[in-house]
Design a protein around this ligand. Structure first.
Ligand SMILES: [Zn+2]
Length: 274
């Protein structure tokens, strides 16, 4: 697990909506997280169908553990352990090819920004990930501009003093083409990147250490595969959504649907446990 700052990781609280109908559901949910390294606390509220998890794990991993009980789980918000409402943002990545992803940003402290998520459809191996200057997708990822660089420095790795602020290094896709990651960064602030874009690249970022002319510019990480605008999102308890106002899908129905396109409109198979 990457920690851009190189220091110990900071836990945050993840708020999940989980379908629970009875005490045995609560017990199953608790058991799914019991003793898992990186899980520091769990609070289950049956009446609210809510599970709060204090953790240093990436939210997709916690979601997978919860869904391992046979119940659907939807991440509704992220915040810090003291239940303050911190700045949070999300970028939904897409592009012309098969790469898709959801990446979340949470300002853990005034210094530390958490960046975590899942990106699918990648070639196995490392891929450069960067915040770019513009939230402009009019020419797909080509219009996102350069790496976010208000300091006028050269390209580097996330742990280098001399780097673009948008330089997040690499995330690594597994054999299935999926990258699940969590990193903490002290140069990036959520309030600075809202309205900009996040881009995942075809190749490995050489962190400014290569011999290629682009090394000090982009890390020579190749084509832009997918990108998304970084938009403000709900913090903890700020998302009262049960039914999506746009098309009447409940969060449970939405869970199994694409975020857009034809598949969203097709009738859902009711989950087996309902
Ligand atoms: Zn850069």
């Amino acid at each position: 697990m990457a920690s851009a700052s190189g220091n110990s990781e900071t836990a945050c609280t993840l708020e999940f909506a989980v379908q629970m109908t009875c005490q045995s559901c609560v017990d199953a949910v608790r058991k799914s997280l019991q003793g898992v390294p990186g899980v520091q606390g769990v609070e289950v509220q049956l009446e609210n169908q809510m599970v709060l998890v204090q953790t240093t794990l990436p939210s997709p991993k916690v979601q997978a553990l919860l869904e391992g009980t046979g119940r659907q789980a939807v991440l509704k918000g992220m915040g810090d352990s003291h239940l303050q409402n911190l700045e949070a943002a999300v970028a939904i990545l897409g592009g012309l090819g098969p790469v898709r992803g959801v990446v979340r940003f949470l300002q853990l402290t005034p210094e530390r920004c958490l960046i975590e998520g899942t990106i699918d459809g990648l070639e196995p191996g490392p891929h450069g990930l960067h915040v770019h200057q513009y939230g402009d997708l009019t020419s797909n990822c080509a219009s996102c501009g350069d790496h976010y660089n208000p300091d006028g420095t050269s390209h580097g790795g996330p742990q280098d003093a001399d780097r673009h602020r948008g330089d997040l290094g690499n995330v690594r896709a597994d054999a299935d083409g999926r990258a699940v990651f969590r990193m903490e960064d002290e140069k990036l602030k959520v309030w600075d990147v809202i309205g900009r874009s996040l881009v995942i690249d075809e190749g490995e970022d050489d962190l400014g250490r290569g011999s290629h002319p682009l090394s000090k510019v982009t890390g020579n990480s190749g084509e832009r595969l997918a990108c998304g605008i970084i938009a403000r999102s709900a913090g903890l308890f700020q998302n009262p959504k049960q039914i999506c106002s746009c098309d009447g899908l409940t969060i449970w129905e939405e869970r199994g649907r694409p975020i857009a396109g034809q598949g969203r409109k097709e009738p859902a198979q009711p989950p087996a446990h309902l």
